[in-house]
Write a protein that binds this ligand. Structure first.
Ligand code: ASP
Length: 428
């Protein structure tokens, strides 16, 4: 029997999850079945999703260490490492700023918060979260308070591991693992000679084993992805989604512009590669990002697709992609700006100057956000503090956050993938 291609299996899983989840949600809404039944089935779906995501997350730390070190030792000279790092950071900064600009423009045009009653929406949001058994509590801020400089200082401190073994215990402290790996790679290159060669050999083999492991885990993708889609469609608040439709539309429009116009244009103009073919090559990673809402968890697949299918040289992909999955979050930056401005519109709008503060803090918050579900929303609290908005207001958008998280994570991974191709183009 002919083997069904993986992406077809994934699409089939998504379709099944969608139909089953939406039916349950609509039946619960109509009173045909008990809401708790829809929630329980949704949670079973979530379990399958979590198993898949955990399998991927399991290899993230060793993969990051092996890929960054072997990439840098492969570059071979500190000058080369500096150039690669400089280009990577320049790309991340440029695309995140472009995304933020699009977010500000879209929200100012669509005005999703205009005319909405904040108190009414807040009461509805709290009720919605409670009926769905979700936490009706504002997420704790993920970074220090104290305005733009406070956030910057906090990110730097979180980047340097006090103890690298401790930092590698959680996928939320990956930035510190990356920092250590970069220093390790740079030091190996500085030492040079036999040492550099041995380090390169060891970590390259380690990296190859990790990628082989990823290929094995991939077989579980259709079930895991179906489970996540079932979970999201069965448990997302449909009524609140109605009230927040303009907000969701504004975020979706901004993300779509960045994903379908800005990034493809950059890819096409700079490298001459076809964005459609490139997206097709990256399909497994993009679909996984969409359903798991975790760029860190998707990382093994992003590397695998970029190197195996899209033919991005390993040396570039294995440096830029781990870094990108952790710090380059265009979708998250755009979403944070849009969400904060939406909340501000309900409460009386922000001046141009304050919107500028939102833009800069959102950029830093997106760098500081971990590549896991809802991290962007947690970090958003910091942006709200910077312009004195009540942080509790995050509750208003929490019930519909998962769907937007799926979309912004896909944009995050898409931007990382395009970044790898663009940087590879300059490196050749
Ligand atoms: N879930 C996103 C990611 O993993 C981060 C966010 O919540 O915006 O890329």
């Amino acid at each position: 029997m002919k083997k069904i291609p993986l992406h077809v299996q994934i699409f089939a899983g998504m379709g099944l999850g969608l139909v089953a989840g939406l039916s349950l949600n609509l039946m619960a809404e109509a009173g045909t079945i008990d809401r708790s039944l829809a929630l329980s089935v949704g949670r079973v779906g979530e379990w399958f999703g979590v198993v898949f995501l955990t399998l991927l997350s399991m290899i993230v730390v060793p993969l990051i260490v092996a890929s960054i070190i072997s990439s840098l030792t492969g570059v071979g000279s500190n000058q080369g490492v500096g150039r690669l790092g400089g280009r990577t950071v320049a790309y991340y900064l440029l695309t995140s700023l472009l995304a933020i600009t699009v977010g500000i423009i879209v929200v100012n045009i669509v005005q999703p918060g205009a005319g909405l009653d904040y108190n009414e929406l807040m009461a509805a949001a709290q009720g919605e979260l409670e009926t769905r058994g979700m936490q009706a509590k504002s997420p704790a801020p993920g970074a220090a308070e104290g305005g733009i400089t406070g956030i910057f200082a906090d990110i730097v401190l979180r980047m340097i591991p006090k103890n690298v073994v401790d930092s590698s215990r959680s996928n939320t402290t990956i930035l510190a693992v990356i920092f250590f790996s970069v220093l390790f790679g740079v030091s190996a290159v500085a030492k040079g000679g036999e040492t550099a060669k041995t380090v390169d050999g060891i970590f390259r083999s380690f990296y190859e084993v990790m990628i082989t492991m990823t290929n094995g885990i991939l077989h579980f993708a259709p079930i895991g992805i179906a489970g996540y889609v079932l979970f999201v469609t069965a448990t997302t608040g449909l009524q609140l989604a109605g009230a927040l439709a303009w907000y969701m539309l504004a975020v979706a429009l901004g993300l779509a512009f960045h994903a379908f116009v800005t990034l493809p244009l950059l890819l096409k103009v700079i490298t001459g590669r076809s964005p459609l073919t490139y997206a097709y090559d990256m399909r497994d990673a993009l679909l996984t990002a969409f359903s798991t809402a975790s760029s860190s968890g998707t990382l093994p697949l992003t590397i695998q697709c970029a190197t195996d299918k899209a033919k991005v040289p390993e040396r570039v992909a294995s440096f830029t992609l781990p870094l990108g999955a952790t710090v380059n979050m265009d979708g998250t930056a755009l979403y944070e700006v849009a969400a904060v401005l939406f909340i501000a519109q309900m409460l009386g709008d922000l001046t141009l100057m304050e919107q500028g503060v939102v833009a800069v803090t959102a950029l830093m918050a997106s760098v500081g956000a971990a590549g896991i579900p809802h991290a962007g929303t947690v970090m958003m609290v910091v942006v709200m503090q910077a312009v004195n908005l009540p942080t509790d207001a995050v509750l208003v958008i929490l019930a519909v956050d998962r769907v937007l998280d799926m979309a912004r994570t896909t944009v995050n991974v898409w931007s990382d993938s395009i970044g790898a191709a663009i940087i590879a183009h300059f490196e050749q």
